[in-house]
Design a protein around this ligand. Structure first.
Ligand code: HEC
Ligand code: HEC
Length: 371
Protein backbone atom coordinates (compact mmCIF):
# COMPACT_ATOMS: atom_id res chain seq x y z
CA UNK A 1 0.00 0.00 0.00
CA UNK A 2 2.76 2.42 1.07
CA UNK A 3 4.89 1.53 -1.91
CA UNK A 4 1.98 2.02 -4.28
CA UNK A 5 1.28 5.50 -2.83
CA UNK A 6 4.90 6.48 -3.28
CA UNK A 7 4.93 5.08 -6.79
CA UNK A 8 1.80 6.91 -7.87
CA UNK A 9 3.02 10.14 -6.27
CA UNK A 10 6.32 9.77 -8.09
CA UNK A 11 4.43 9.19 -11.33
CA UNK A 12 2.26 12.28 -10.81
CA UNK A 13 5.32 14.42 -10.04
CA UNK A 14 7.23 13.14 -13.07
CA UNK A 15 4.20 13.81 -15.24
CA UNK A 16 3.94 17.39 -13.97
CA UNK A 17 7.64 17.86 -14.58
CA UNK A 18 7.40 16.47 -18.11
CA UNK A 19 4.38 18.64 -18.91
CA UNK A 20 6.18 21.69 -17.57
CA UNK A 21 9.24 20.98 -19.70
CA UNK A 22 7.07 20.34 -22.75
CA UNK A 23 5.19 23.61 -22.16
CA UNK A 24 8.40 25.67 -22.04
CA UNK A 25 9.88 24.03 -25.10
CA UNK A 26 6.68 24.75 -27.05
CA UNK A 27 6.64 28.38 -25.96
CA UNK A 28 10.40 28.61 -26.60
CA UNK A 29 10.18 27.52 -30.24
CA UNK A 30 8.79 30.60 -31.95
CA UNK A 31 6.62 30.47 -35.02
CA UNK A 32 8.32 30.84 -38.39
CA UNK A 33 7.37 34.51 -38.52
CA UNK A 34 8.75 35.30 -35.09
CA UNK A 35 11.96 33.46 -35.98
CA UNK A 36 12.22 35.48 -39.19
CA UNK A 37 11.73 38.74 -37.35
CA UNK A 38 14.30 37.72 -34.72
CA UNK A 39 16.84 36.92 -37.45
CA UNK A 40 16.07 40.20 -39.20
CA UNK A 41 16.63 42.07 -35.94
CA UNK A 42 20.01 40.34 -35.63
CA UNK A 43 21.10 41.20 -39.18
CA UNK A 44 19.84 44.79 -38.79
CA UNK A 45 21.75 45.21 -35.51
CA UNK A 46 25.10 44.06 -36.92
CA UNK A 47 24.45 46.01 -40.15
CA UNK A 48 23.96 49.17 -38.08
CA UNK A 49 20.44 50.17 -39.26
CA UNK A 50 19.28 51.14 -35.74
CA UNK A 51 22.47 53.13 -35.06
CA UNK A 52 22.11 55.40 -38.09
CA UNK A 53 18.31 55.45 -38.29
CA UNK A 54 17.52 56.23 -34.63
CA UNK A 55 17.64 59.91 -33.61
CA UNK A 56 19.63 61.18 -30.63
CA UNK A 57 17.86 61.87 -27.33
CA UNK A 58 16.77 65.52 -27.01
CA UNK A 59 19.70 66.46 -24.77
CA UNK A 60 22.15 65.32 -27.48
CA UNK A 61 20.50 67.17 -30.36
CA UNK A 62 22.22 70.53 -30.05
CA UNK A 63 25.93 69.98 -30.76
CA UNK A 64 26.78 73.39 -29.26
CA UNK A 65 25.20 72.56 -25.87
CA UNK A 66 26.85 69.21 -25.16
CA UNK A 67 28.52 68.65 -21.79
CA UNK A 68 32.03 67.09 -21.72
CA UNK A 69 30.45 63.82 -20.47
CA UNK A 70 27.98 63.79 -23.36
CA UNK A 71 30.79 64.36 -25.86
CA UNK A 72 32.60 61.37 -24.34
CA UNK A 73 29.47 59.26 -24.64
CA UNK A 74 29.24 60.15 -28.33
CA UNK A 75 32.90 59.27 -28.84
CA UNK A 76 33.06 56.01 -26.87
CA UNK A 77 29.55 54.58 -26.89
CA UNK A 78 27.17 56.48 -29.11
CA UNK A 79 24.43 53.88 -28.57
CA UNK A 80 23.79 55.48 -25.15
CA UNK A 81 22.85 58.75 -26.89
CA UNK A 82 20.15 57.15 -29.07
CA UNK A 83 16.48 57.72 -28.24
CA UNK A 84 15.21 54.13 -27.97
CA UNK A 85 11.61 55.41 -27.82
CA UNK A 86 12.09 56.47 -31.42
CA UNK A 87 13.84 53.30 -32.57
CA UNK A 88 14.45 53.50 -36.35
CA UNK A 89 12.31 56.66 -36.67
CA UNK A 90 15.08 58.55 -38.52
CA UNK A 91 16.26 62.12 -38.14
CA UNK A 92 19.80 61.47 -37.04
CA UNK A 93 21.99 64.18 -38.55
CA UNK A 94 25.13 63.57 -40.58
CA UNK A 95 26.88 66.93 -41.01
CA UNK A 96 28.64 66.80 -44.40
CA UNK A 97 30.51 70.08 -44.13
CA UNK A 98 29.96 72.61 -46.88
CA UNK A 99 27.34 70.56 -48.74
CA UNK A 100 25.00 70.61 -45.75
CA UNK A 101 23.34 68.22 -43.29
CA UNK A 102 22.08 64.80 -44.30
CA UNK A 103 19.27 63.26 -42.27
CA UNK A 104 18.47 59.58 -41.96
CA UNK A 105 14.93 58.57 -42.80
CA UNK A 106 12.06 57.05 -40.84
CA UNK A 107 12.11 53.25 -41.33
CA UNK A 108 9.19 52.49 -38.98
CA UNK A 109 5.85 51.28 -40.43
CA UNK A 110 4.17 54.69 -39.97
CA UNK A 111 2.04 55.27 -43.09
CA UNK A 112 2.65 59.02 -43.52
CA UNK A 113 6.19 59.55 -42.31
CA UNK A 114 7.78 56.08 -42.45
CA UNK A 115 7.89 53.06 -44.74
CA UNK A 116 4.23 52.12 -44.07
CA UNK A 117 3.14 52.75 -47.65
CA UNK A 118 6.24 51.28 -49.34
CA UNK A 119 6.15 47.81 -50.89
CA UNK A 120 8.74 45.24 -49.80
CA UNK A 121 10.30 45.51 -53.26
CA UNK A 122 10.74 49.28 -52.84
CA UNK A 123 12.41 48.83 -49.46
CA UNK A 124 14.68 46.22 -50.97
CA UNK A 125 15.66 48.48 -53.88
CA UNK A 126 16.50 51.31 -51.45
CA UNK A 127 18.64 48.96 -49.34
CA UNK A 128 20.50 47.27 -52.15
CA UNK A 129 20.52 49.63 -55.15
CA UNK A 130 20.19 53.05 -53.53
CA UNK A 131 16.99 54.12 -55.31
CA UNK A 132 14.08 55.41 -53.23
CA UNK A 133 10.36 54.92 -53.99
CA UNK A 134 10.33 58.07 -56.15
CA UNK A 135 13.23 56.73 -58.24
CA UNK A 136 15.70 59.17 -56.71
CA UNK A 137 19.24 58.11 -55.79
CA UNK A 138 20.02 58.04 -52.06
CA UNK A 139 23.15 59.74 -50.78
CA UNK A 140 25.75 56.99 -50.22
CA UNK A 141 26.15 57.59 -46.49
CA UNK A 142 23.38 55.01 -46.66
CA UNK A 143 25.59 51.94 -47.29
CA UNK A 144 23.70 50.37 -50.19
CA UNK A 145 27.08 49.54 -51.78
CA UNK A 146 27.57 47.21 -48.78
CA UNK A 147 24.06 45.71 -48.64
CA UNK A 148 24.17 45.18 -52.43
CA UNK A 149 25.79 41.82 -51.72
CA UNK A 150 23.41 40.87 -48.90
CA UNK A 151 21.72 37.47 -49.29
CA UNK A 152 18.07 37.48 -50.44
CA UNK A 153 16.94 35.68 -47.29
CA UNK A 154 18.73 38.13 -45.00
CA UNK A 155 17.23 41.13 -46.85
CA UNK A 156 13.76 39.58 -46.50
CA UNK A 157 14.17 39.06 -42.76
CA UNK A 158 15.41 42.64 -42.27
CA UNK A 159 12.27 43.88 -44.06
CA UNK A 160 10.10 41.58 -41.91
CA UNK A 161 11.78 43.06 -38.84
CA UNK A 162 11.16 46.64 -40.06
CA UNK A 163 7.45 45.79 -40.40
CA UNK A 164 7.43 44.55 -36.79
CA UNK A 165 8.78 47.63 -34.99
CA UNK A 166 6.57 50.33 -33.44
CA UNK A 167 5.26 52.85 -35.94
CA UNK A 168 6.60 56.26 -34.91
CA UNK A 169 5.28 59.45 -36.46
CA UNK A 170 8.39 61.47 -37.27
CA UNK A 171 8.37 63.66 -40.34
CA UNK A 172 11.84 63.97 -41.86
CA UNK A 173 12.41 67.05 -44.03
CA UNK A 174 13.27 66.46 -47.69
CA UNK A 175 16.93 66.02 -48.52
CA UNK A 176 18.57 69.29 -49.57
CA UNK A 177 21.78 67.67 -50.87
CA UNK A 178 21.68 66.74 -54.54
CA UNK A 179 22.53 63.23 -55.68
CA UNK A 180 22.28 64.07 -59.37
CA UNK A 181 24.82 62.23 -61.46
CA UNK A 182 25.21 59.46 -58.87
CA UNK A 183 24.65 55.92 -60.09
CA UNK A 184 22.22 53.34 -58.74
CA UNK A 185 23.67 49.87 -58.34
CA UNK A 186 22.27 46.91 -60.27
CA UNK A 187 20.13 44.63 -58.08
CA UNK A 188 21.80 41.29 -57.37
CA UNK A 189 19.41 38.46 -56.73
CA UNK A 190 19.97 34.81 -55.91
CA UNK A 191 22.68 35.55 -53.33
CA UNK A 192 22.75 33.12 -50.42
CA UNK A 193 24.48 33.59 -47.06
CA UNK A 194 27.39 31.20 -46.47
CA UNK A 195 26.99 28.76 -43.63
CA UNK A 196 28.79 29.34 -40.32
CA UNK A 197 30.78 26.13 -40.87
CA UNK A 198 32.59 27.83 -43.78
CA UNK A 199 34.42 30.42 -41.65
CA UNK A 200 36.28 32.13 -44.50
CA UNK A 201 33.20 32.63 -46.66
CA UNK A 202 30.93 33.53 -43.74
CA UNK A 203 33.44 36.09 -42.43
CA UNK A 204 33.91 37.62 -45.89
CA UNK A 205 30.15 37.88 -46.31
CA UNK A 206 29.62 39.59 -42.95
CA UNK A 207 32.52 42.04 -43.31
CA UNK A 208 31.85 42.99 -46.94
CA UNK A 209 28.09 42.72 -47.38
CA UNK A 210 26.51 43.18 -43.95
CA UNK A 211 28.65 45.08 -41.42
CA UNK A 212 30.31 47.54 -43.78
CA UNK A 213 33.71 48.01 -42.16
CA UNK A 214 34.92 49.55 -45.44
CA UNK A 215 33.17 52.92 -45.05
CA UNK A 216 35.44 53.84 -42.14
CA UNK A 217 38.44 51.58 -42.72
CA UNK A 218 39.26 51.98 -46.44
CA UNK A 219 41.26 55.11 -47.32
CA UNK A 220 39.64 57.44 -49.86
CA UNK A 221 41.25 59.28 -52.73
CA UNK A 222 41.61 62.90 -51.63
CA UNK A 223 40.75 64.28 -55.07
CA UNK A 224 37.72 62.16 -56.01
CA UNK A 225 36.52 60.89 -52.62
CA UNK A 226 36.44 57.38 -54.08
CA UNK A 227 37.56 54.49 -51.84
CA UNK A 228 41.02 53.16 -52.76
CA UNK A 229 40.09 49.55 -53.33
CA UNK A 230 43.74 48.46 -53.70
CA UNK A 231 44.07 49.46 -50.02
CA UNK A 232 40.81 47.81 -48.95
CA UNK A 233 40.44 48.05 -45.13
CA UNK A 234 43.97 49.48 -44.98
CA UNK A 235 42.86 52.37 -42.76
CA UNK A 236 44.17 55.89 -42.42
CA UNK A 237 41.01 57.98 -42.81
CA UNK A 238 41.18 60.89 -40.35
CA UNK A 239 38.29 61.61 -37.94
CA UNK A 240 38.69 64.94 -36.22
CA UNK A 241 36.54 66.21 -33.35
CA UNK A 242 36.57 67.28 -29.71
CA UNK A 243 38.58 64.10 -28.97
CA UNK A 244 41.44 65.25 -31.17
CA UNK A 245 42.17 63.18 -34.24
CA UNK A 246 41.84 59.42 -34.71
CA UNK A 247 42.29 57.33 -37.85
CA UNK A 248 40.30 54.33 -38.99
CA UNK A 249 42.75 51.51 -38.18
CA UNK A 250 44.48 49.23 -40.68
CA UNK A 251 42.45 46.07 -40.02
CA UNK A 252 44.23 43.91 -42.62
CA UNK A 253 46.63 41.18 -41.41
CA UNK A 254 49.77 43.16 -42.26
CA UNK A 255 52.35 42.44 -39.53
CA UNK A 256 53.90 45.92 -39.45
CA UNK A 257 51.00 48.28 -40.07
CA UNK A 258 47.87 46.18 -39.52
CA UNK A 259 46.50 43.67 -37.03
CA UNK A 260 48.81 40.82 -38.11
CA UNK A 261 50.33 40.51 -34.64
CA UNK A 262 47.06 40.86 -32.70
CA UNK A 263 45.71 37.62 -31.22
CA UNK A 264 42.25 36.45 -32.26
CA UNK A 265 41.00 37.41 -28.78
CA UNK A 266 42.39 40.93 -29.14
CA UNK A 267 40.68 41.44 -32.50
CA UNK A 268 37.43 40.09 -31.07
CA UNK A 269 37.67 42.40 -28.06
CA UNK A 270 38.18 45.45 -30.31
CA UNK A 271 35.27 44.42 -32.51
CA UNK A 272 32.78 43.60 -29.77
CA UNK A 273 33.77 45.81 -26.83
CA UNK A 274 35.62 48.71 -28.49
CA UNK A 275 38.95 48.20 -26.76
CA UNK A 276 42.29 48.42 -28.60
CA UNK A 277 45.14 45.92 -28.24
CA UNK A 278 46.86 48.35 -25.83
CA UNK A 279 43.70 48.67 -23.68
CA UNK A 280 42.67 52.13 -24.93
CA UNK A 281 38.96 52.62 -25.62
CA UNK A 282 38.30 53.16 -29.32
CA UNK A 283 36.67 56.37 -30.49
CA UNK A 284 33.81 56.36 -33.07
CA UNK A 285 34.16 52.61 -33.64
CA UNK A 286 30.55 51.23 -33.57
CA UNK A 287 31.34 48.12 -31.50
CA UNK A 288 27.94 48.31 -29.72
CA UNK A 289 26.26 47.03 -32.90
CA UNK A 290 28.84 44.29 -33.35
CA UNK A 291 28.52 43.24 -29.68
CA UNK A 292 25.36 41.45 -30.81
CA UNK A 293 27.37 39.06 -33.01
CA UNK A 294 26.78 35.40 -32.27
CA UNK A 295 30.01 33.74 -31.16
CA UNK A 296 30.17 31.71 -34.41
CA UNK A 297 29.78 34.84 -36.53
CA UNK A 298 32.32 36.77 -34.44
CA UNK A 299 34.82 33.93 -34.90
CA UNK A 300 34.17 33.95 -38.66
CA UNK A 301 34.77 37.72 -38.88
CA UNK A 302 38.03 37.44 -36.93
CA UNK A 303 39.12 34.46 -39.04
CA UNK A 304 38.46 36.39 -42.26
CA UNK A 305 40.30 39.52 -41.08
CA UNK A 306 43.34 37.60 -39.84
CA UNK A 307 43.66 34.77 -42.36
CA UNK A 308 41.89 35.60 -45.62
CA UNK A 309 41.85 39.35 -46.21
CA UNK A 310 44.89 40.46 -48.27
CA UNK A 311 47.45 42.31 -46.12
CA UNK A 312 47.84 45.98 -46.98
CA UNK A 313 51.03 47.77 -46.02
CA UNK A 314 49.70 51.17 -44.99
CA UNK A 315 51.12 53.05 -42.05
CA UNK A 316 48.31 54.82 -40.18
CA UNK A 317 49.39 58.10 -38.51
CA UNK A 318 49.49 58.17 -34.71
CA UNK A 319 46.33 59.40 -32.98
CA UNK A 320 46.43 62.68 -31.16
CA UNK A 321 43.99 62.73 -28.26
CA UNK A 322 42.72 65.60 -26.17
CA UNK A 323 42.44 65.36 -22.40
CA UNK A 324 39.63 63.09 -21.24
CA UNK A 325 39.80 60.92 -24.35
CA UNK A 326 42.82 58.73 -23.58
CA UNK A 327 40.61 56.42 -21.54
CA UNK A 328 41.79 52.93 -20.86
CA UNK A 329 39.21 50.19 -20.50
CA UNK A 330 38.57 48.63 -17.10
CA UNK A 331 40.62 45.46 -16.61
CA UNK A 332 37.54 43.33 -17.11
CA UNK A 333 35.53 44.88 -19.95
CA UNK A 334 31.80 44.36 -19.69
CA UNK A 335 30.80 41.51 -21.92
CA UNK A 336 27.70 42.87 -23.57
CA UNK A 337 27.03 39.50 -25.14
CA UNK A 338 27.52 37.47 -21.97
CA UNK A 339 23.78 37.05 -21.45
CA UNK A 340 23.33 35.38 -24.84
CA UNK A 341 23.74 31.83 -23.61
CA UNK A 342 21.82 32.32 -20.36
CA UNK A 343 18.57 30.48 -19.64
CA UNK A 344 15.42 32.50 -20.14
CA UNK A 345 13.51 33.45 -16.95
CA UNK A 346 10.59 31.21 -17.97
CA UNK A 347 12.86 28.17 -18.25
CA UNK A 348 14.48 29.02 -14.91
CA UNK A 349 11.07 29.19 -13.17
CA UNK A 350 9.96 25.87 -14.63
CA UNK A 351 13.27 24.16 -13.82
CA UNK A 352 12.95 25.65 -10.31
CA UNK A 353 9.46 24.18 -9.89
CA UNK A 354 10.77 20.81 -11.10
CA UNK A 355 13.58 20.87 -8.56
CA UNK A 356 11.18 21.78 -5.73
CA UNK A 357 8.88 18.90 -6.75
CA UNK A 358 11.76 16.44 -6.82
CA UNK A 359 13.06 17.58 -3.43
CA UNK A 360 9.62 17.24 -1.86
CA UNK A 361 9.34 13.76 -3.32
CA UNK A 362 12.66 12.73 -1.78
CA UNK A 363 11.68 14.26 1.59
CA UNK A 364 8.36 12.42 1.43
CA UNK A 365 10.05 9.09 0.68
CA UNK A 366 12.60 9.55 3.46
CA UNK A 367 9.89 10.45 6.01
CA UNK A 368 7.88 7.40 5.01
CA UNK A 369 10.94 5.20 5.43
CA UNK A 370 11.80 6.53 8.86
CA UNK A 371 8.17 6.40 10.03
C1 HEC B 1 25.91 54.75 -41.90
C2 HEC B 1 24.53 55.09 -41.65
C3 HEC B 1 23.42 54.21 -42.20
C4 HEC B 1 23.26 52.88 -42.01
C5 HEC B 1 24.18 51.90 -41.27
C6 HEC B 1 22.00 52.52 -42.62
N1 HEC B 1 21.44 53.61 -43.21
FE1 HEC B 1 19.71 53.66 -44.32
N2 HEC B 1 20.01 55.60 -44.72
C7 HEC B 1 21.01 56.39 -44.21
C8 HEC B 1 20.85 57.76 -44.69
C9 HEC B 1 21.76 58.92 -44.36
C10 HEC B 1 19.70 57.76 -45.50
C11 HEC B 1 19.11 58.95 -46.25
C12 HEC B 1 19.83 59.08 -47.56
C13 HEC B 1 19.26 60.19 -48.41
O1 HEC B 1 18.37 60.91 -47.97
O2 HEC B 1 19.73 60.32 -49.55
C14 HEC B 1 19.20 56.39 -45.50
C15 HEC B 1 18.08 55.98 -46.22
C16 HEC B 1 17.52 54.72 -46.13
C17 HEC B 1 16.30 54.31 -46.81
C18 HEC B 1 15.44 55.19 -47.72
C19 HEC B 1 14.24 55.68 -46.94
C20 HEC B 1 13.55 56.85 -47.55
O3 HEC B 1 12.54 57.29 -46.97
O4 HEC B 1 14.00 57.37 -48.59
C21 HEC B 1 16.05 53.01 -46.46
C22 HEC B 1 14.88 52.14 -46.87
C23 HEC B 1 17.13 52.61 -45.56
N3 HEC B 1 18.00 53.66 -45.40
C24 HEC B 1 17.21 51.37 -44.97
C25 HEC B 1 18.29 50.96 -44.19
C26 HEC B 1 18.42 49.63 -43.64
C27 HEC B 1 17.39 48.53 -43.76
C28 HEC B 1 19.62 49.58 -42.99
C29 HEC B 1 20.29 48.41 -42.32
C30 HEC B 1 20.36 47.18 -43.10
C31 HEC B 1 20.23 50.90 -43.12
N4 HEC B 1 19.38 51.71 -43.84
C32 HEC B 1 21.45 51.25 -42.60
C33 HEC B 1 22.05 55.99 -43.38
C34 HEC B 1 22.27 54.67 -42.97
C1 HEC C 1 31.67 54.36 -38.17
C2 HEC C 1 33.00 54.04 -38.58
C3 HEC C 1 33.53 52.64 -38.31
C4 HEC C 1 33.02 51.44 -38.74
C5 HEC C 1 31.76 51.20 -39.54
C6 HEC C 1 33.95 50.43 -38.30
N1 HEC C 1 34.98 50.99 -37.60
FE1 HEC C 1 36.54 50.01 -36.73
N2 HEC C 1 37.30 51.79 -36.10
C7 HEC C 1 36.81 53.04 -36.41
C8 HEC C 1 37.72 54.06 -35.91
C9 HEC C 1 37.54 55.55 -36.06
C10 HEC C 1 38.79 53.39 -35.29
C11 HEC C 1 39.99 53.99 -34.58
C12 HEC C 1 39.51 54.60 -33.28
C13 HEC C 1 40.61 55.02 -32.34
O1 HEC C 1 41.80 54.89 -32.66
O2 HEC C 1 40.26 55.45 -31.24
C14 HEC C 1 38.49 51.96 -35.43
C15 HEC C 1 39.30 50.95 -34.93
C16 HEC C 1 39.12 49.60 -35.18
C17 HEC C 1 40.02 48.57 -34.72
C18 HEC C 1 41.30 48.80 -33.94
C19 HEC C 1 42.41 49.02 -34.93
C20 HEC C 1 43.63 49.64 -34.38
O3 HEC C 1 44.67 49.62 -35.08
O4 HEC C 1 43.61 50.20 -33.26
C21 HEC C 1 39.52 47.37 -35.18
C22 HEC C 1 40.12 45.98 -34.98
C23 HEC C 1 38.32 47.66 -35.91
N3 HEC C 1 38.09 49.03 -35.88
C24 HEC C 1 37.56 46.72 -36.57
C25 HEC C 1 36.41 47.02 -37.31
C26 HEC C 1 35.65 46.03 -38.03
C27 HEC C 1 36.02 44.56 -38.14
C28 HEC C 1 34.60 46.69 -38.59
C29 HEC C 1 33.45 46.10 -39.39
C30 HEC C 1 32.82 44.96 -38.80
C31 HEC C 1 34.69 48.08 -38.20
N4 HEC C 1 35.82 48.24 -37.45
C32 HEC C 1 33.79 49.06 -38.55
C33 HEC C 1 35.63 53.30 -37.06
C34 HEC C 1 34.77 52.34 -37.61
Amino acid sequence: MKNRTILSLALVFSLILLLAIAATSVSASPSADAAQIEHGKYIASIAGCPICHTPYKAEYQNPAALTPEQIQTLAFNESNALDQNKLLAGGRVFPLGPIGNLLTRNLTPDKETGLGSWTDEQIRLAMQTGVDHHGKILFPVMPYHVYNGMADADVETVIAYLHSVNAVKNEIPERTISTEGMQALPLKTGTTAPDASDKAARGAYLVNSVMGCTDCHTPVDAATGAPQMDKYLGGGQPYEGPWGIVYGGNITPDNKTGIGTWTDAEVKRALMTGVRKDGRRLILMPWFGYSNLSSEDADAVVYYLKNVLPAVNNEVPATSLNQGFEQMAPAEPNQAAAANGAMSPAVLVIVGIGVILLVSLVVYVLRRKSA
